[in-house]
Design a protein around this ligand. Structure first.
Ligand code: HEM
Length: 506
């Protein structure tokens, strides 16, 4: 009997010991994996590949050890990994001394929850934070900085920072590349291209549209909500964009832009416009073609909603009763310029700055800067010192533009629309660096000149030719407080819909 049961007992003991070994290593290996590997790589833009590795390892385990053991060791692995990460984030991280809510130090989901709780008004959350500290730790590896002294070292031309991992969640383009040298070369091409003209007229201003244009616009508008939420959880954003481009709503836009670029390439002697310049300056290989496709979408996403949002705010602000003197002044100035003969040097041209008009536009962009999301940067490996505070290397930092453009350290009466602060009342502007609607430094807006031309052109023509007022739904009185209180943060400023009635000036 004893000789018969011995091998069985031995086999059971061996199996128990290998099961024990597997479970022990499932508990210990995450510690090593986190400290040696995961802590040093930006997992934000590798969620799909990391998930795939985990999936493959699970299948192998099921094959070798059976489902139950594979399940038990996977759960042990994940629990140990998370416990180690959370303990490390809270107690050992180099940023642990910066203030921040404990849940925010543990997970970026805290910020995403604030977005939902504030009903997509993250900028209001940032204003509350700013009132208390200049630097916040709002994520295991991210600082939100409201210190004005940080603008030049973080964003300026001589900054040693690089763009942050958030940009990896999106397809590669001049805007999203994190390679400084590649960006410098590509940006030069864009800057030269911007000196040409800008493409064909689509007739949108006359109210014409196409099914594709409508669907692209809808993707941009709907996508705003997703970006406003997911930019706080970049790894989730990466997963969403990966699948949205492959099978989701972005696929249609993707396919369309590929088709348009391929058609455009066939045109002999094309007009020397923005797209033609980009096409001729980009190698005709796989990487070059992908870059062109993504930048053709960038032109639409960066150039349309931003300008439309700015125009919405400007038309609403100028329609307010307390702005009647500003509107009257602007009108007098424009009437005078438009009445001059067109060959007169003083006649209106949207390509030239016009102080009274630019002041109105700059003030509108200061109050509602179109782009609300703070451009993310990563500190250089050696770290950097900002206003006497040392920040170690590989820390993500961002400076929220909206909070600074409403900062009383930069502007007197910061929440008031006072265009004169840019002209006749400079005492109302304490530090104009606080307003950066087009960003600043090497990654600033490549289309700012075009945007200013569009804004000057449209605002000038409306002010000269039309009277207008904002009305409520169904002809009811417009609820002004609800409108301004309903501005969302979709990464682009989400202006609520405004019904505007125009009447030709006589
Ligand atoms: C009122 C209108 C506009 C505003 C307020 C605005 C604002 C901005 C801001 C804040 C950035 C920096 C984004 C970041 O940090 O990632 C940016 C980048 C950019 N914008 Fe604009 N933009 C406007 C219009 C335009 C237009 C009309 C175009 C034309 C296509 C354009 C093209 C770009 C491009 C290509 C970049 C990326 C530049 C780079 O990373 O080197 N923008 N814009």
């Amino acid at each position: 009997m004893g000789t018969l049961t011995q091998p069985v007992v031995l086999a059971v003991a061996r199996e128990q010991s290998s099961t024990g070994n597997l479970l022990v290593s499932a508990c210990i290996s995450p510690f090593v994996l986190h400290r040696v590997f995961l802590k040093r790589v930006e997992v934000e833009f590798r969620p799909v590949s990391l998930g795939a590795c985990f999936g493959v390892a699970f299948v192998v385990l099921v094959y070798c050890s059976g489902f139950l053991l594979a399940m038990a060791s996977s759960v042990s692995f994940l629990v140990s990994l998370w416990v180690d990460m959370l303990v490390y984030r809270l107690a050992f991280h180099s940023q642990k001394h910066f203030p921040g809510p404990v849940p925010a130090k543990l997970s970026k989901f805290w910020a995403a929850k604030q977005v939902l709780d504030s009903n997509y008004e993250w900028y209001t959350v940032a204003l509350v934070l700013k009132a208390k500290y200049e630097i916040w730790r709002l994520w295991p590896r991210e600082l939100l900085i409201f210190d004005l002294e940080a603008i030049a070292p973080v964003l300026g031309y001589s900054s040693k920072t690089l763009k942050g991992p958030f940009y990896d969640s999106m397809e590669d383009s001049v805007n999203t590349t994190r390679d400084k040298e590649f960006h410098r070369k590509r940006r030069k091409i864009w800057d030269d291209a911007m000196k040409t003209s800008y493409g064909k007229l689509m007739g949108f201003v006359e109210g014409k549209s196409t099914e594709v244009a409508d669907s692209i616009l809808k993707i941009i508008m709907d996508g705003g909500y997703a970006i406003g939420l997911l930019l706080h959880v970049p790894w989730l954003f990466t997963i969403v964009t990966t699948f949205a481009f492959a099978i989701g709503p972005l696929k249609q836009w993707n396919d369309r832009s590929r088709h348009e670029i391929d058609e455009r390439k066939k045109v002999q002697n094309p007009k020397p416009d923005l797209m033609a310049h980009l096409i001729t300056s980009t190698p005709d290989d796989h990487a070059g073609r992908e870059l062109l496709f993504s930048e053709s979408r960038l032109i639409i996403s960066a150039g349309s909603d931003t300008t439309a949002t700015a125009l919405t705010f400007l038309s609403v602000l100028l329609s307010l009763p307390e702005q009647s003197a500003t509107l009257a002044n602007l009108r007098t100035g424009l009437d005078c310029i438009f009445s001059k003969p067109s060959n007169d040097k003083g006649a209106f041209s949207c390509m030239r700055p016009l102080p009274i008009l630019d002041a109105v536009i700059n003030e509108g962009l200061r109050l509602y800067p179109s782009v609300y999301f703070p451009s993310q940067r990563v500190t250089p490996a050696a770290g950097m010192t900002i206003n006497g505070r040392y920040i170690p290397g590989d820390i993500n930092i961002s400076i929220p533009a909206y909070a600074l453009s409403h900062d009383p350290r930069c502007f007197e009466q910061p929440d008031e629309f006072i265009p004169e602060r840019w002209t006749t009342r400079p005492e109302l502007t304490i530090n104009k660096a606080g307003s950066m609607p087009f960003m600043t430094g090497p990654y600033d807006c490549a289309g700012k000149k075009l945007a200013m031309m569009e804004l000057r052109s449209v605002v000038a023509k409306i002010v000269k030719d039309w009277n207008w007022k904002v009305i409520g739904e169904g002809g009811e009185k417009w609820d002004r407080a609800a409108w301004f209180g309903g501005v969302k943060d979709h990464s682009i400023a989400g202006a609520p819909k405004a019904r505007v009635v125009f009447e030709k000036r006589v």
